[in-house]
Design a protein around this ligand. Structure first.
Ligand SMILES: O=c1ccn([C@@H]2O[C@H](COP(=O)(O)OP(=O)(O)O[C@H]3O[C@H](CO)[C@@H](O)[C@H](O)[C@H]3O)[C@@H](O)[C@H]2O)c(=O)[nH]1
Ligand SMILES: [Mn+2]
Length: 604
């Protein structure tokens, strides 16, 4: 965040470490030392790409060797600590760092059970870079964790950040960023402030947040695994037109006031704790005590935090949930999508990871859909069109039902020679075909005409949609239903961020990775096998016995699924690399497919 072209002494960076790892604190201690050299270097050389990893990665030759050496030295130390799993004395430079780490990471300290750790790493009134310019405040926070106390995942962490930052600096504008994101545009802050402070815009004081899209580094040319441009960039443009773009969890500038209640009920300035804070250093014992207090597990007990204040609890997609509740309260929101990405995240390169991430999202969406803040009943009162738009998100996983139905039922019927659709030249046939083609065409035109959209990317997107439709959507529906009847509990997997391994190399080449045992792949492989078998059987039957016109729609559906599943057949039969579908999955899928065909014979 230190990339912003903005006076550093007016910015504070709060880092939340929900994993409570000494390695993270150590990495930040190292980063502060590097920042003292790096920030003036960027300023002097007018560097736009200020994430050092990205900058040095795209650099050729021997330019800025000294700076690169410093960076490599820091990186090397952090990597050594990560490899060892702990920070050894030889890695620590000063006594102060060692004392800080020893003070907190005692023998009783575990990830799930530890006191709040708050460490001021930089204080702007004291710390300067090597040219004497002030550095921003930098504070490391690992909130208190106790076994058995609900910590509300990311929303809980963000609420702690909100309170600690209020105790320390209380800036009126907050930027939230995920751990896997980098800032890519030094002007992003100004862009957001233009909206939040616009004197000519009547709605400006009512704008709760300015959302930048989630965009990704390292997306392969045809984006076969999806950067979700339809969800993250196309749909929000429409919502922006309605004044209520959705919040996507990261790359978002909030008006702090908006998170404290409806526009009419909150005073223009929420500097309520200024009298306690003013004039004190953030590293003073009084401020630190207050910060630890608000970062404790019990602080929220009996308060409105998570219900009416701060980020809202109750859904794994706290972002959508919080954003839309703010809109319901009367706040507006803005979508800001400059051509040059303001923030960039890491793309998930493993198909299985992407599917399991989607499973969690889908469960979170269902939690919104079936909550008392259901967009249909709750939002329709204020803005019907936006209500439907949010319902489109919240009920998205329901797609699993029709997609599963269309992936299996017409095919099994066809296998048993049952005709489901009107035959060719029947007037209904034209209506069906018209609706089908128009729906697909609409999706395609919308996608391809958008900024970097291409036909190939669209094809991959629709394929991914189909893959999700037979894997994570139905599984999410099942898990959610089980949760509702009390069978299993919600959990949150932090998604895998590592990028340098064989799987990622396959990703870069645009090849799917099927190399793990996963229920997703089992469902996908079963779909693939059933459709292929039925396609072959029915084509042979049509050639021998005729009557193609009567089953054209069913054969077409079957063929469509088969074409979409080509990479699956390849992964089952022809691939030799680690991304090949495990034999066990293939065998189980064959048995399941056979079972389905046999059972269907008795049912139809
Ligand atoms: O218990 C938790 C879980 C997550 N996080 C943080 O939350 C962020 C998002 O987690 P990540 O693993 O990156 O999840 P994704 O599935 O990639 O997140 C997407 O989906 C989330 C839920 O909709 C949004 O909050 C995110 O912004 C969006 O990028 C990360 O910075 C995590 O460190 C916590 O602090 N505590
Ligand atoms: Mn993420």
């Amino acid at each position: 965040m230190t990339v912003f072209d903005y006076p550093m002494e007016k910015m504070s960076v709060y880092v939340s470490d929900d994993g409570g790892s000494e390695l993270t604190l150590f990495a930040f201690m190292e980063a502060t030392r590097f920042a003292r050299h790096w920030l003036p270097f960027c300023r002097e050389n007018k560097i736009q790409e200020r994430c050092p990893e990205a900058y040095f990665g795209s650099l050729d030759g021997e330019q800025s060797k000294g700076m690169k050496d410093l960076y490599e030295e820091m990186k090397g130390k952090i990597e050594r600590a990560v490899m060892q799993g702990r920070v050894t004395d030889d890695l620590l430079d000063g006594e102060e760092a060692r004392i800080a780490l020893e003070k907190y990471w005692t023998a009783e300290f575990t990830r799930r059970d530890h006191p709040a750790v708050i460490k001021v790493l930089l204080e702007t009134s004291v710390d300067v870079d090597i040219t004497g310019h002030p550095l921003p405040n930098l504070v490391y926070i690992s909130r208190e964790k106790k076994r058995g106390v609900d910590h509300h995942f990311k929303a809980g962490a963000l609420n702690v950040l909100m309170r600690v930052s209020a105790a320390m600096t209380n800036a009126p504008v907050l930027l939230t960023l995920d751990c896997d994101m980098i800032c890519n545009d030094p002007q992003a802050l100004q862009r957001a402030l233009c909206h939040l402070l616009d004197p000519h815009e009547e709605a400006s004081p009512k704008i709760a947040f300015v959302q930048f899209p989630q965009r990704f580094r390292g997306v392969d040319k045809h984006d076969y695994a999806n950067e979700f441009s339809n969800i993250f960039r196309i749909n929000p443009m429409g919502l922006d037109g309605l004044g209520c773009t959705n919040h996507v969890g990261t790359g978002c500038f909030f008006r702090r006031r908006a998170l404290h209640g409806p526009p009419s009920s909150v005073p223009m300035h929420t500097n309520s704790n200024c009298s306690e804070r003013c004039g004190k250093m953030i590293n003073s014992e009084a401020i630190l005590r207050m910060a630890r207090d608000v970062a404790s597990c019990d602080y929220e007990h009996g308060t409105k935090w998570g219900l009416e204040i701060g980020f809202r609890y109750g859904s794994l997609v706290e972002d959508l949930y919080t954003g839309y509740q703010l809109n319901c309260e009367g706040w507006k929101s803005v979508f800001c999508d400059p051509d040059e990405p303001a923030f960039l995240g890491d793309v998930l390169s493993r198909l299985n990871d992407a599917l399991s991430q989607n499973e969690w999202w889908m469960i979170g969406l269902l939690e919104v859909a079936f909550s008392k803040h259901n967009p249909l009943v709750y939002f329709i009162k204020t803005n019907p069109v936006a209500g439907f738009a949010f319902a489109h998100y919240a009920f998205y996983p329901i797609w699993g039902i029709p997609i599963m139905a269309y992936a299996f039922l017409p095919q099994l019927a066809l296998f048993n020679q049952i005709k489901l659709f009107p035959k060719v030249l029947d007037p209904w046939f034209f209506l069906y075909t018209y609706i089908f083609i128009m729906a697909y065409l609409h999706d395609m035109v919308e996608f391809v005409s958008f900024k970097e959209g291409t036909l190939m990317k669209w094809w991959n997107h629709q394929r991914m949609w189909m893959i999700k439709g037979v894997t994570c959507f139905p599984i999410a529906l099942l898990v959610f239903s089980l949760q509702k009847i009390g069978v299993s509990a919600a959990a949150f997997n932090v998604t895998n961020k590592s990028l340098d391994d064989p799987q990622s190399m396959r990703y870069e080449k645009g090849v799917f990775d099927f190399g793990v045992w996963s229920p997703f792949f089992l469902l996908l492989a079963t779909t693939a096998v059933v459709n292929l078998v039925v396609l072959v059987v029915s084509v042979v039957r049509c050639v021998m016995e005729g009557g193609f016109g009567e089953v054209l729609v069913q054969v077409f559906l079957c063929g469509g699924v088969v074409v979409n599943c080509l990479p699956v057949y390849e992964a089952m039969m022809f691939r030799k690399d680690g991304g090949r579908l495990p034999g066990g999955v293939t065998a189980t899928a064959l048995v399941l497919a056979l079972g389905l065909l046999v059972v269907s014979h008795f049912c139809f």
